[in-house]
Design a protein around this ligand. Structure first.
Ligand code: AMP
Ligand code: MG
Length: 493
C-alpha cells in the first residue's frame, strides 16, 4: 500500500475516531492492473477533486484503495441487519471500506467508500470482491436516480482491478468508489443497541444528529427537546419522502433489508434493483425475493417495518421509562403513513399535471382509477405519463394506443381534462428515460466484454432524463416482449 501526499486529497477520519467500536481499521487488497472504466467528472469537480489526478496511476490506486491519502484511516464499518425479516447480529462491510470523509468548503462531510476492495473481518463466506457488471450497474442506476432528483449515494468511479472474480463463471473484477452523505444505516443502530452499551448508542445517535442536521426543538411532533425522538422523527420523514419518490418513478429496490436503509434518506446499495415497466404492484425482480417481500407495491410497508426496528434500537435513548419510550416512538412511527401518503399524492398530482388547487378528493379518485386501468392494461408506467402530456396538449392518440380498454381510458381522460392539466409541467417531472433493464443489461454485457460505448451513451441519456432527444427512441421504449417476462436480478454480486 502506498501513501498519497495529503495535498492530493484530504480525508477526515471522523467516523473511525468517534465510533471506534464500530470501525475496524483495514486495507484494500492489491489490484494487479487497475484500469478506469467510468469516472464521474461532474461529481469529482463538485467534490473539489481533479479528474486528471484521479485518472493518473496514483489516482487509480486511490480509487481501488491501494494508495491512501496521508492521515486517512480506512475502516470496515460494523452493522447488523434484518435480512428478509431475519436478524443477523453481525453483518458489516464484508467487501467494502470507508476511506474517510471528504470535508466540503462549508464543512459538510461526505463519505468516500469503496465496494469490492477485498475481504474484511466481516466477509464471512464471501470473497470480498465485486464484478465489473454489478459495479457498473450501481454506477448507472445511482447516477440515473440522481438525475431524476431522487436522494441517493453517488458513484465516483468504477475501476477494473485486473483480477478475476469467481461467480457462476470467471468475471473481471472491479471496485466502485461511491460517495454518500453518510453510511449510517438502520442496521448501524441495531448493532450499537445490541452491544448493550448505551453510551455507544448515544454517541452514534449524536453523530447522526450532527451529520444530518437534525433539528431538535423545532416544534414538530417529536419535540419537547427530545433529541433522539427528533432523530427518529427526521428519519421517518426522509424515508417516507424517499420511498414515495421511488414509487413515483417505478423503482424497485429489491433488498430493503435494515442494513440497506440509510439514516440520511439516500437510496443505498443497488443490488437486485430494477425499474418497473408495466404497472403492477406485485413486480419483483430479485431472484432471491421468493415471497415478494420487497415487491414494488410493498415498499412503503417494508420501509415502515424497518423504521420500527430503528425505533426499537433507539428506545433506551428516547426515555428512561420503557413504557414511555415505546409510546413516544409509536406515536412518531404512526406519522410514516400519512407522510408517505401525502408525498405520494403530491407527486402523483404533479405527474398528472394538475394544479395545486384541484380538489384533493377528485385527484385521489383519478389516481385510484388510473392505477386500476394501468394494471389491467399492463401499461408501461414511464411511457404513459409522457404520452399523457401529449393528451394535455390536445393529442390523446399516443396515450390511447397504450390501452385496449378504450372506453375505460376515454372516460378517465375526460375527468382528468376537466381539472385542466398542464402538459409542459408534466414534462418537467415525468422522465422520458429511465434505466430500463434490457438497456442496462445490454450496456453492461458490452462493457464486461471490453466495449464501453453503449455504457457511455446510456449514461449520457440518463443524465438528462426529462429531455427528449432526437434519434434516441430505443432508449424510451419498454423491453421487447421476450426480455421482460423472465428478467431477474441477482444478489451476492
Ligand atoms: P448486501 O445485501 O449486498 O447489502 O450485503 C449484505 C452483506 O453481505 C454485507 O455485510 C456485505 O458486506 C456482505 N457481502 C456481500 N457480498 C459479499 C462478498 N462478495 N464478500 C464479502 N461480503 C459480502
Ligand atoms: Mg448492503
Amino acid at each position: 500500500m502506498s501513501v498519497l501526499p495529503a495535498q492530493a486529497l484530504r480525508l477526515d477520519d471522523r467516523f473511525a475516531s468517534s465510533l471506534p467500536e464500530m470501525a475496524v481499521p483495514w486495507q484494500a487488497e492489491e489490484a494487479p492492473e487497475p484500469r478506469l472504466l467510468a469516472l464521474n467528472e461532474p461529481l469529482a469537480a463538485e467534490l473539489g477533486l481533479d479528474p486528471a489526478v484521479l485518472r493518473a496511476p496514483e489516482g487509480l490506486r486511490l480509487l481501488v484503495g491501494t494508495a491512501v491519502p496521508e492521515g486517512a484511516r480506512p475502516v470496515a464499518q460494523a452493522y447488523s441487519g434484518h435480512q428478509f425479516g431475519g436478524y443477523s447480529p453481525r453483518l458489516g462491510d464484508g467487501r467494502a471500506l470507508l476511506l474517510g470523509e471528504l470535508v466540503g468548503a462549508d464543512g459538510t462531510l461526505r463519505d468516500l467508500h469503496l465496494k469490492g476492495s477485498g475481504r474484511t473481518p466481516f466477509a464471512r463466506g464471501g470473497d470480498g470482491l465485486a464484478a465489473v457488471g454489478p459495479m457498473l450497474r450501481e454506477y448507472v442506476i445511482s447516477e440515473a436516480m440522481h438525475a431524476l432528483g431522487i436522494p441517493t449515494t453517488r458513484a465516483l468511479a468504477v475501476v477494473a482491478t485486473g483480477r478475476s472474480v469467481r461467480r457462476e463463471t470467471l468475471l473481471p473484477g472491479a471496485v466502485l468508489a461511491r460517495v454518500a452523505s453518510s453510511h449510517l444505516r438502520v442496521g448501524s443502530f441495531q448493532y450499537a443497541r445490541a452491544t448493550d452499551d448505551v453510551d455507544l448508542l448515544r454517541r452514534l445517535a449524536d453523530v447522526a444528529i450532527e451529520r444530518h442536521g437534525v433539528v431538535v426543538g423545532d416544534g414538530g411532533a417529536a419535540d419537547a427537546g427530545n433529541r433522539y425522538l427528533a432523530l427518529f422523527d427526521a428519519v421517518v420523514g426522509v424515508q417516507a419522502s424517499l420511498v414515495a419518490r421511488w414509487m413515483l418513478v417505478g423503482f424497485v429496490h429489491g433488498v430493503m433489508n435494515t442494513d440497506n436503509m440509510t439514516i440520511s434518506g439516500e437510496t443505498i446499495d443497488y443490488g437486485p434493483c430494477a425499474f418497473m415497466e408495466a404497472y403492477d404492484p406485485d413486480t419483483v425482480y430479485s431472484s432471491i425475493d421468493e415471497g415478494g417481500r420487497y415487491r414494488y407495491g410493498n415498499q412503503p410497508l417494508a420501509a415502515e417495518w424497518n423504521l420500527a426496528r430503528l425505533a426499537e434500537a433507539l428506545l433506551p435513548l428516547i426515555a428512561d421509562d420503557a413504557e414511555q419510550a415505546i409510546a413516544l416512538a409509536v406515536e412518531t412511527l404512526k406519522t410514516f403513513r400519512p407522510r408517505y401518503d401525502a408525498a405520494f399524492a403530491e407527486g402523483m398530482r404533479a405527474k398528472l399535471g394538475l394544479p395545486a388547487d384541484a380538489d384533493d378528493d377528485a385527484v385521489a379518485g383519478l389516481v385510484d382509477d388510473l392505477l386500476g386501468l394501468l394494471r389491467a392494461g399492463h401499461v408501461d408506467w414511464t411511457s404513459f405519463f409522457r404520452r399523457l402530456a401529449d393528451a394535455a396538449r390536445g393529442d390523446a392518440e399516443p396515450v390511447r394506443l397504450l390501452f385496449l380498454d378504450l372506453a375505460g381510458i376515454d372516460g378517465w381522460l375526460e375527468r382528468w381534462r376537466a381539472l385542466v392539466p398542464d402538459g409542459a409541467a408534466m414534462d418537467r417531472v415525468n422522465p422520458v428515460y429511465i434505466p430500463r433493464n434490457h438497456l442496462v443489461e445490454e450496456a453492461l454485457d458490452a462493457a464486461t466484454a471490453g466495449d464501453l460505448t453503449l455504457l457511455e451513451e446510456l449514461l449520457e441519456v440518463l443524465g438528462s432524463p426529462f429531455d427528449e432527444r432526437p434519434d434516441h427512441e430505443r432508449y424510451a421504449e419498454p423491453a421487447p416482449q421476450d426480455f421482460g417476462a423472465t428478467f431477474r436480478t441477482f444478489c451476492g454480486t
